[in-house]
Design a protein around this ligand. Structure first.
Ligand code: FE2
Length: 379
């Protein structure tokens, strides 16, 4: 006879067998940038991030400088080289500013590295223990699409400000925040015919499952098209949609990205808020630029999505998009690229039940992106 207790245990064993790579959440996102000091000022001043930690010449780091910023559970690390001809220089030369590391918070960085490399991940760094007076952190790393890396960060025995080697970063700069809470999802752009390779990677190597997919019929305008599949880990805290270009009459935004980034990379970081109107007002006041949404979008949007809690007027004024699925609705909007090259941007998202990604907005959105591409001469 299987008692309740036994079935509970069986369920646990089954779950462990399924989720061989338990992930606690996103630990941090590191960008390699040309001038970390000034990038940090942008994220503090425009986005309301709080200065947290610093590593550079003063802390014994001879080849690089890094600034660590936080808002809610979102942690950004901005890193620039201090010398010539190093790997960070080469990365910036090839890609411009961009995401180098998507670090994942785990309970056991050694086990995570073993499980993923056994399943075919290419190792970037075997597990290492970093120590200072505040304890120790175990870090390991594997490669994902393009030159992007996943770090596994085990910090249960660490009480310091970020990682060993970093010190408190004290400034007089006052940041008020913008109500950003956590990373909802992070999207990778990959090249032609590469989407399924990377979908398989996340399924086989990291134990993710596919949530939804869109093909070029879902996501196309008169000119451009793309395909997308969304991969999520076992507890759903980490969601990585993967895009690839599809044939259209003109060059798609994914192709534009691949051309300027020189390959696959992180396209956008979606950050969650529980008051999108307030958040977007603050970001706009800070100088963050958003994609233009034509006022006509709002003429019939409520016919499509039904009743919502918010007044339409502020959504229209701020260009916030609305979409609905079986479970509820969501509010979202997208910044223009936040770097010099037309590559990475941010999405601001507020979920009110909906667990999808705004498929109903793709057409309006892409037409807006195409207007920007037209201005850049890259359509
Ligand atoms: Fe998104």
């Amino acid at each position: 006879m299987i008692t309740d207790n036994t079935s509970l245990k069986l369920e646990k064993v089954f779950r462990n067998a399924q989720d061989f790579l338990p992930l606690l959440g996103t630990d941090y996102v590191e960008l390699y940038v040309g001038n970390a000091k000034q990038a940090a000022y942008y994220y503090m001043n425009a986005w309301g991030f709080k200065p947290v930690a610093y590593a550079g010449l003063e802390t014994g780091s001879k080849d690089r400088v890094s600034y660590v910023l936080e808002q809610g559970k979102i942690r950004l690390v901005l890193t620039s080289p201090l010398q010539q001809d190093g790997p960070i220089n080469a990365h910036i030369n090839a890609h411009g500013d961009g995401v180098k590391v998507v670090a994942i918070w785990v309970d056991d960085a050694t086990y995570s590295w073993e499980q993923t490399t056994q399943r075919g991940a290419v190792s970037n760094m075997e597990p290492v223990v970093l120590k200072d007076k505040d304890g120790e952190v175990v870090i390991s790393a594997i490669h994902t699409y393009g030159e992007t890396l996943h770090y596994f960060i085990e910090r249960k025995n660490y009480n310091g400000v970020f990682l060993p080697g970093y010190q408190d970063w004290k400034t007089d700069f006052e940041t008020t925040g913008a109500g950003l809470l956590f990373i909802d999802h992070m999207v990778g752009n990959v090249g032609w015919n590469e989407m399924n390779t990377w979908v398989d990677f996340y399924a086989k190597v990291m134990g993710f499952t596919q949530l939804v997919s869109f093909d070029d019929k879902d996501i196309s305008t008169e000119y451009t098209a793309l395909m997308s599949k969304v991969m999520a880990n076992g507890n759903g805290r980490i969601k990585f949609p993967i895009n690839e270009p599809a044939e259209g009459r003109k060059k798609s935004q994914i192709e534009e990205y691949i051309n300027f980034y020189n390959g696959a990379g992180v396209q956008h970081i979606a950050v969650a808020t529980d008051n999108i109107i307030d958040t977007v007002k603050r970001l706009k006041a800070g100088g963050v630029e958003f994609l233009y949404v034509p006022p006509s979008y709002y003429d019939d949007v409520l016919d499509r999505v039904g009743q919502i809690d918010e007044d339409l007027a502020p959504l229209k004024e701020l260009g916030i998009l609305i979409d609905r699925d079986d479970e509820g609705y969501l509010l979202q909007l997208f910044t223009k690229p936040v770097l010099d090259r037309p590559t990475m941007f941010f999405e601001i998202i507020q979920r009110k039940g909906a667990q999808s990604f705004g498929k109903g907005n793709f057409k309006a959105l892409f037409e807006s992106i195409e207007r920007e591409q037209e201005r850049r001469g890259t359509l």
